[in-house]
Design a binder for this molecule. Structure first.
Ligand SMILES: O=C(O)CCC(=O)C(=O)O
Length: 384
């Protein structure tokens, strides 16, 4: 810990100095919490009233634990001819309504899931001086495809910071991953990406099959899953979770996200939102299930399916007692790919609800703004 930290949290510290310590110097939220001097939430992290997560609401909603709201799908049953159609229906229903489901028996070994969570702790337990070698915006020649940071868009003036540190590992090739990704997590993260890819392809085949695309050929595979990134998120304990958010409401950018969460809990998904009926929807907490993986539909799949599948709006609350880790694998088209509603979906007089665009442009727009619900889709929406 830098000596400046000792004086940081005595109440007389200004926002700029704290911002520099946490964001610019790469100490992260973890560095701030580890100082042991933090008795209350600093201003920089205090969310406006309407963004705060009422803990009571989350607990109450947890009781809405019905299979309708929280589909848990046994993926191995796709191989059982007597159950295949039923599982296809469950996957399609979940993608069309919530854009969200949990899967069991998915082919990613439980032992690997345990190793991944440990790897995340191993990375974040390294000293700030080491982690900041991977700082975003200061990407060193030795780590061009790794970004470590805190909050999603900390540079956005006027937005409170998220109570989260992360490391993002972009996949370019196996050898790049083994050379550039941090040694604490590279092997587990690469294995996760490889084993999950098979399961992602399977789910996409089911979802696209339902739209009339029978087989995913190599070109289509690139379009749906050519860009991959493994993130590791670390949420340190927070002195007052009701003032902060771990991650503000957002949808993911790609086609599908595979998410491993540990047993702490805190992931919320929005349900029952209806633009036509002007209903804001409500949040439910997704209880962690040992060995399960969470699957989210992302914006790209909503666009490719011309709105048939819905990207899931989600957020994360913080907790006061323990550190939480989560490990999303973001599956997306490549930046150089152009996407839009698939011809098969809009043919026969259908109206495209989204324009065609280059994914790199979508990414620039997405990463250039703070999280704001599903507003990211506005970039591609065709107004009626
Ligand atoms: O931590 C989680 O459960 C979700 C993380 C997330 O939404 C993200 O990294 O974009």
């Amino acid at each position: 810990m830098a000596p400046v930290a000792a004086g940081l949290f005595h109440g007389d510290i200004d926002d700029k100095t704290l911002y520099n310590f946490v964001v610019v110097e790469g100490n992260g939220v973890k560095g701030m919490v580890d100082s042991g001097l933090l008795s209350e939430v600093p201003n920089l992290f205090i969310q406006p009233q309407h963004e705060r997560i009422q803990f009571v609401t989350a607990v109450k909603n947890k009781e809405v634990k019905t299979t309708k709201h929280l589909p848990i799908i046994d993926l191995s049953e796709l191989d059982d001819p007597t159950k295949h159609e039923e599982v296809v229906r469950k996957l399609v229903d979940a993608a069309e309504s919530l854009g969200f489901f949990q899967i069991m028996n998915h082919g990613v070994p439980s032992e690997l899931l345990e190793r991944l969570k440990q790897a995340a702790h191993n990375f974040f337990n390294q000293p700030p001086e080491y982690k900041s070698l991977y700082l975003r915006g200061r990407v060193s020649p030795s780590s061009p495809i790794v970004k470590y940071g805190t909050s999603f868009a900390p540079e956005k003036a006027g937005k409170a910071l998220e109570w989260k540190d992360f490391v993002s590992m972009i996949y370019t090739s196996d050898s790049d991953a083994l050379q550039f990704w941090p040694q604490e997590c590279k092997e587990a993260a690469l294995e996760y990406l490889k084993t999950s890819s098979k399961m992602v392809r399977r789910i996409l085949e089911v979802l696209f099959g339902n739209l009339g695309l029978e087989v995913i050929d190599k070109n289509e595979e690139y379009l749906y899953m050519g860009g991959m990134r493994v993130n590791m998120n670390f949420y340190p304990p927070c002195p007052d979770p009701e003032l902060t958010v771990g991650v503000a409401p957002h949808s993911d950018m790609g086609t599908l996200t595979v998410l491993l969460q540990d047993g702490i809990g805190g992931l919320h998904v929005k349900i029952n939102e209806d633009e036509q009926e002007e209903s804001d929807g409500e949040w439910i907490e997704i209880p962690p299930i040992p060995s399960a993986l969470v699957i989210n539909v992302g914006d790209s799949l909503q666009i490719l399916s011309n709105g048939r599948y819905k990207s899931a709006e989600h957020r994360v609350r913080t907790t006061s007692t323990q550190s939480r880790v989560s490990i999303p694998l973001f599956v997306a088209p490549r930046p150089g790919d152009k996407i839009g509603p698939l011809p098969q979906v809009v043919e026969n007089g259908g109206i495209p609800h989204y324009r065609d665009f280059l994914c790199a442009e979508y990414m620039n727009n997405f990463f250039g703004k703070a999280h704001e619900g599903k507003k990211s889709l506005d970039f591609a929406k065709i107004s009626p």
